[in-house]
Design a protein around this ligand. Structure first.
Ligand code: MBD
Ligand code: FE
Length: 283
C-alpha cells in the first residue's frame, strides 16, 4: 500500500479491503440503470441539500475531498461503510423476518474457519487472555423444528480487541471456528470474552472521529453466521449486558435481543450463557 499523506494507518483497514476484494463480487452491472440513477440522484441530492442548508465553504469542500482520498489510500472504505452505513442496509434486508434478529457483518469476517463439531472450543493460543465463556443453545426454524444440519461460524476479537488475519502476528484462525449442530440442533462453544473494540484511530476514519469529537468504540461482541439448508443466512452479533458502549456503539449495531447475560459456570472457571437462534425459511 502506498500512502501519499502523512499518517501510517493501522493495517487493519487495508487488510479488510483485501478481504473484501477476495470475498465479494460487489458488481453493479446487474442493477438496472433506472435503479442506479434513482439511488445516485437521491444520495447526491442529500449531499447538495446539506451544502445549501449549511452553506458549506470551499475550505470545507476541499477538506472533504482530501479526506475521501485518504479513506481510499488507507484502505478504509470497508471500515467506513460497515461502521456508519451497513446497519441501515441490514435493517432493510431483514425487516421481513420472524426469526432471530441479525446485525451487521462488519469488515473482519473470513470464510472457512476450522470445524470444531457440535461441542467445541474455538482455536486459541495456549495463554489466550480473557474470561472463559461457554455459549450453548439450539438452532431451530421459525416453526420450531430443530435444524440438525445447521452450521455456526463464530469470530471475534481477543482480550486486546484484536482480530486474527487483520492484525499481524496472531495465529491465522485464532478465535475463529465453525460449529455443526448435533442431531437435536444443539451446540456448545467454548471461547473467551472479547474486549470492547476501538476502531483504528490513525487512519481516515479516525481523522473523522477526532475532527467531529466522536468516540471510536464498539462494545465487546461475538460475530456469528448461522446457516442451514432451505433457510436464510443469519448474520448477527452478540453483546454482553452491562458492558461499556452497549448504548453508544460507533457502528449503531446493538439490539436488545442480541444481549447476553452470562452467569458464573457451575463446572469451574469462567461464565456460561444460553442463547438460541431461530432461522427464517428461505422465500
Ligand atoms: C469491528 O470489529 C466491527 O465488528 C465493525 C462493525 C466495525 C469495525 C470493527
Ligand atoms: Fe467486530
Amino acid at each position: 500500500m502506498t500512502t501519499t499523506h502523512d499518517t501510517a494507518a493501522d493495517p487493519a483497514g487495508a487488510n479488510a479491503t483485501e478481504r473484501f476484494k477476495a470475498n465479494k463480487t460487489g458488481d453493479i452491472i446487474n442493477t438496472p440503470p433506472e435503479r442506479v440513477s434513482l439511488l445516485a440522484r437521491e444520495v447526491l441530492d442529500s449531499v447538495l441539500a446539506t451544502i445549501r442548508k449549511r452553506k458549506v465553504t470551499y475550505d470545507e469542500y476541499n477538506a472533504f475531498k482530501a479526506w475521501l482520498i485518504n479513506v481510499g489510500e488507507d484502505g478504509e472504505w470497508p471500515l467506513f461503510l460497515d461502521v456508519w452505513v451497513e446497519h441501515a442496509v441490514e435493517e432493510v434486508a431483514t425487516e421481513h423476518r420472524q426469526g432471530s434478529q441479525g446485525s451487521i457483518e462488519g469488515p473482519y469476517y473470513v470464510p472457512g474457519a476450522p470445524e470444531i463439531g457440535a461441542r467445541g472450543t474455538v482455536p486459541m493460543r495456549e495463554d489466550e487472555r480473557g474470561t472463559p465463556l461457554l455459549v450453548r443453545g439450539s438452532v431451530t426454524s421459525t416453526g420450531g423444528s430443530p435444524l440438525t444440519d445447521a452450521k455456526i461460524e463464530i469470530w471475534h476479537a481477543d482480550y486486546y480487541g484484536l482480530y486474527s488475519q487483520i492484525t499481524p502476528e496472531i495465529p491465522t484462525w485464532n478465535l475463529r471456528g465453525t460449529l455443526s449442530v448435533d442431531s437435536e440442533g444443539t451446540f456448545e462453544v467454548r471461547t473467551i470474552r472479547p474486549a470492547a473494540y476501538e476502531i483504528p484511530k490513525d487512519g481516515a476514519c479516525g481523522k473523522l472521529i477526532a475532527a467531529a469529537g466522536w468516540h471510536a468504540w464498539r462494545p465487546a461482541h461475538l460475530h456469528v453466521k448461522i446457516s442451514a439448508p432451505g433457510h436464510e443466512l443469519l448474520t448477527a452479533q452478540l453483546y454482553f449486558r452491562g458492558d461499556d458502549h452497549t448504548d453508544d456503539d460507533v457502528a449503531s449495531a446493538v439490539k436488545t435481543e442480541l444481549m447476553l447475560d452470562p452467569v458464573p459456570s457451575t463446572d469451574g472457571e469462567g461464565q456460561t450463557v444460553d442463547h438460541d437462534f431461530v432461522l427464517e425459511p428461505a422465500q
